[in-house]
Write a protein that binds this ligand. Structure first.
Ligand code: AMP
Ligand code: ZN
Length: 482
């Protein structure tokens, strides 16, 4: 039984799919005007783990992550300055298409590096203009809109429930994200369609029943989730900054146009912060995945760092914390490699018997894993369970007490739970040995067998200088790179 914290009801609820055996998830995607920072990527690590949780439970998951490539405006001190995409194209002297293509590719590369599964659909807002216009027309027909010199606005005073989403005091939290406009009737009203200003020379603009322009940011997700998932669907995700305005406004439009809240469950992941401040482009305190790779970090260390905190907790990013996560990840990989190594070494004289202590350790890890992830994705608790399990097994491993079948059972259990964590897929390639090292190890093995330990030690030191560590274990030589 999966329990999820629902921003809609502000409680942890038992998950019930709308269609049996199927989960439909919509995750608000990136605005592709610049490199996403590692804070942005946390939102997608979160939605990936959510998706993997349901796949682990054998649900068919249909997931959408949209690409925002129009209409997301920079709001600075309440003043709208620029469409982020058009602005970026102007600064970089590129076409809007070049900007969108380039940063979408960067996003896809980052997804891949973090082992975030590709969504079932990845639709672009600019390719769903007619769907957005249709929604605005329905809202207009039902009397929820008004026309100004700037565009078509949603009249929030017409909807009684407006502002009730997420238990937020809008007068405090929403206001900072609002744009000032002398044309607006109410403070929280928002643009559905904006007219192009001639002096702007926009590269992306479309004809509409109201005039040439482009859609406001808050209509695209409704147009795309309706098209690809159908209304209502199961889960809508995003970062916590989306609660007060972006998701508030999506719900307002869906309730007014279609009389339905788009999603049964709304889930929001917390921020990555730096010295207590949100990581963001505007504060210039951000890092990209490429930045941390350049500093010698494995992207999956970042994934582990994120999973070590609950998704509803802020993470204060430091390189020390990333380094610690990287060390833990390497220990995990080394441990798994050792298990495979034992497996191959003892295969010929495989003992069938699985020790009772191992059986108990395996089932208690399975238990803690399952309970934790089903409890609103408590990945830190599930990972703590994994590390405790490994510590216990490592004692037996060091003492040379594991047989082939036991090693296989432990490895299989960990890989099964890794379907949710998504940390191990690459470990086999990271730890496979080059042929020349294999050769040296087999020569060294012969020397050791002949009792020539002095020469064997020399080889070990030589390999160490090249970055290869050799451990002489009860199962034979175990080699890994530092
Ligand atoms: P954007 O490209 O600005 O639309 O943001 C993409 C996603 O990143 C959204 O779900 C945001 O809520 C999320 N986000 C933005 N800043 C942070 C941050 N510092 N930490 C975690 N998530 C963030
Ligand atoms: Zn959205």
């Amino acid at each position: 039984m999966v329990y999820l914290y629902n921003t809609l009801t502000l409680t942890k609820e038992k998950f019930k799919p709308l269609v049996r055996g199927q989960v439909r998830i919509y995750s608000c995607g990136p605005t592709v005007y610049d490199f996403p920072h590692i804070g942005n990527m946390r939102a997608y690590v979160f939605s990936d783990v959510l998706r993997r949780l349901f796949e682990y439970h054998n649900y068919k998951v249909i997931q959408v992550i949209n690409i925002t490539d129009v209409g997301h405006l920079l709001v600075e001190d309440g003043n709208i300055s620029q469409d982020k995409i058009e602005n970026s194209a102007r600064i970089q002297r590129k076409t809007v298409k070049e900007i969108i293509d380039f940063y979408t590719k960067v996003f896809l590369r980052y997804l891949n590096l973090l082992q975030i599964k590709k969504p079932t659909y990845m639709p672009f807002a600019s390719q769903h203009i007619s769907e957005q216009i249709k929604i605005i027309q329905i809202l207009e027909k039902k009397g929820y809109t008004y026309l100004t010199d700037e565009g078509v606005y949603f009249d929030t005073s017409k909807l009684k429930i407006y502002g009730s989403f997420g238990g937020i005091d809008l007068t405090k939290e929403g206001v900072s994200r609002l744009e000032k406009s002398s044309f607006k009737k109410n403070q929280f009203d928002f643009a559905l369609w904006r007219f192009s200003k001639p002096q702007e020379k926009r590269q992306q603009e479309w004809q509409s029943p109201w005039g040439i322009g482009f859609p406001g940011w808050h209509t695209e997700c409704l147009a795309m989730d309706k098209k690809y998932l159908g209304l209502p669907f199961d889960i809508h995700t995003g970062g916590v900054d989306h609660i007060s305005v972006h998701h508030q406004n999506e719900i307002a439009q869906a309730e007014s146009a279609f009389g339905v809240n788009p999603a049964r469950y709304w889930m929001h992941s917390e921020f990555v912060v730096v010295n207590e401040e949100k990581m963001s482009k505007s504060l210039k305190n951000f890092l990209t995945l490429d930045d941390i790779i350049k500093k010698g970090f494995e992207p999956l260390s970042l994934r582990l760092l994120y999973l070590q905190a609950h998704y509803r907790q802020k993470i204060n990013f430091t390189f020390e914390a990333l380094k610690a996560a990287q060390n833990s990840l390497q220990n995990l990989y080394r441990f798994m490699k050792k298990l495979s190594f034992i497996g191959s070494f003892t295969k010929s004289k495989a003992e069938k018997q699985i020790d009772l202590g191992i059986k108990t350790a395996v089932s208690s890890y399975k238990n803690i894993f399952q309970k934790s992830i089903d409890d609103d994705l408590n990945t830190p608790k599930a990972l703590a369970g994994l590390f405790d399990f490994i510590t216990e097994i490592e004692k037996k491993l060091t003492a040379g007490l594991l047989n082939f079948n036991e090693a296989k059972l432990i490895k299989g259990t960990i890989l099964k739970t890794d379907k949710v964590f998504g940390l191990f897929t690459k470990q086999e390639t990271i730890y496979s040995l080059p042929v020349e090292i294999e050769k040296i190890l087999s020569q060294r093995e012969k020397l050791r067998f002949a009792g020539n330990y002095e020469k064997a030690d020399k080889i070990r030191l030589k390999l160490l200088k090249q970055g290869w560590h050799i451990e002489d274990t009860k199962y034979g030589q175990f080699a890994y790179r530092s």
